[in-house]
Design a protein around this ligand. Sequence first.
Ligand code: C2E
Ligand code: CA
Ligand code: CA
Length: 686
Amino acid sequence: MSERLTSEHILHCLEKTADIGGWQMELQTGKLYWTDKSKSMHGRSVDFEPDMDAIQHTFVPTFDIIVNDIRKSHENGYCRKVVVLLPNGQQKSMLVHGSVEKINGQEVIFGAFQDVSIGESKLKHARQQASLYHTTINSLVEGLVIIDSQGLMHTFNSAAEQIFGYSANEVLGQNVSMLMPEPHRSRHDGYIHHFETYGEAKIIGIGREVDGVRKNGEQFPMHLAVNPVMIGDENHYVGTIRDLSSEKNVANKLEWLSHYDEVTGLPNRTFLLNFLNRQTELVGMSIFAIDIDHFKRINLAHGYKEGNLTLARIGERLAMQFGERHFLSRDMADRFWMVVRDNGNQAASQVHELTQAIHECIEKPIEGESAIHHLTCCIGVLLLDGHQDGSSVISRAETALYEAKIKGTGRYCIYNAITSQKLLKEYGLEMSLRNALEQEKLECWLQPKVNTKLEMVSAEVLVRWRKEDGSIVPPDQFIGLAEKIGLIATLGRLVLRQSAKMLAKINRSHADFKLAVNVSPKELMETDFVDQLLACFRSAGANLHNLTLEVTEGTLISDIDEVNDIMQKLSLHGVELSIDDFGTGYSNLKRIQELAVSEIKVDKSFIQHCRPGEPDHELVKAMMMMAAAMDYKVVAEGIETLDMALNAFQLGADYLQGYYFGKPQPFDNFMVLLENFTPELEWQHR
Ligand code: C2E
Ligand code: CA
Ligand code: CA
């Protein structure tokens, strides 16, 4: 069969160039012929003689089906992928080719096997790689763009799509310069060329901040790092991109917030301080500290949102009216600042005019969301006369503001060093008094009172403030302040608590001993005064029948009705009222008569000048007579000598109190005095 040999030759040639093995089959006899290559592809040795029975089931589908299909395929030829089961149990994918030819009247199939399993697994691997690569680059948070050395884009990941606003389809194959602003856009090809020629580039290897352009034309800052890679044998460049605009926005916002106030948009205190510090010459300038009166009420009644809205409106108004000429700023809470630069002539009248204008500006009703607000403000003005650092300018203007606030609402004050010193001292005192009250650093001392038999029957409670350094502050220096700053009720409660405890202790050994406690009318008129008093005496187990309240005559006059109501209630519990400093307050005796008073204390100023023959002697005598007529007991206070004591008794005093019998002293000392109290011998002799 020369043809067969010929075709064998062809097959050999083919086999050498491709992974192909040849085979033939005489259809009439069923005789098979496989080339050596075919045998090895099927895992057989060269001695293997293929026959239908042996190979039939090593093919899926079976070999007879394949042969049948080849016979039916006519001139088109046949090609089909089949699975071949190898003797070692492995499988291979093969293409089986074949066509029927007539040779010398006999039908012969000329065929070939082509092993495709290697290619297939390579393809599968390649596909997997590609998908991995695809997933990876698209899951990068950073934008990734790969270009070739012509600058054309080959890869454009999802992050890049997000950053630039283009879809990959829109840009692939286009020049990357479309993502850059001018002048880089026109120069980009040159950059690549320069790098490829000289190996130099500003961007390769080192990342840096550059500008990009989005599809909508917006230019934005981005961080770009470029690295060259070889793909195939061509230079490519991989660029990774991070959009810096939001980071920049946050940074810008922080930068802004550090110098501006978010609510009003005005410069904040830091800005104001910097501004003041930058001014080398402050002569001829003035600064106005503007503080809205009772602003807290808006926050309390309508919430912070309304509060902020109102502040924003105030800021707008001030800016509209003064913003062009003067520097405005808003500090914390409801404090605004205005620095007036061109107020060359600082006559007080000019300041007056400006403060008027500010007041009018603030006082116009402000429409909020939930209400219309009617506001006033206080202003502290500082006239600048030379270089001062910003913070001392601010604190002086604030001192002036503080002074204005003390005067009331809608007021203004110009800074004055002397009043400010006084204020600062008072302010310092106020601070430490608040502290002292919080930490209960106030002590209640006791001063004895004696009766005509020289028995110590009662004592007056006198408050003392023990400072950090151990020094003792007398009440005259802080009672008035406590009243002024609204701390008198707190102070009074503390005194009542301590008094109740002391009284309970004393009464254990001296059942009828009484304590007199000073109360200021402001304290007395606190709505819960009676309840508080009853509660603390009850909890200390102290007897209210042994309590006398001393109210100063002078302070009593204006509130006499209220005091009377309260005293009526208290007298039901056995509490007595004493009128202190009697004779100094020009009381209307008629009115005092209406009060539930059981005692008067003749002021020490009378007692101390009450020698026979002196005018005060007659006066005291008259007071005593009057008291006797009204059935009041009389206490003479300020008794410093035996003579004064004698005098007072002769005039009809029921009780005496003064240094002669004992100074005010701490409780423990007082208890020692009480246990050992012996009347003066000299006294006994008279
Ligand atoms: P006051 O109620 O007239 O108290 C009598 C003051 O005269 C006390 O002054 C006392 O130390 C002083 N004193 C007593 N004996 C003599 C004496 O022989 N000679 C002289 N020169 N002075 C004498 P103190 O303790 O400084 O109290 C001053 C004022 O402070 C008191 O005057 C009273 O009005 C007020 N005060 C004291 N404690 C309290 C308190 O707990 N509450 C209130 N609201 N006021 C108080
Ligand atoms: Ca008193
Ligand atoms: Ca007194």
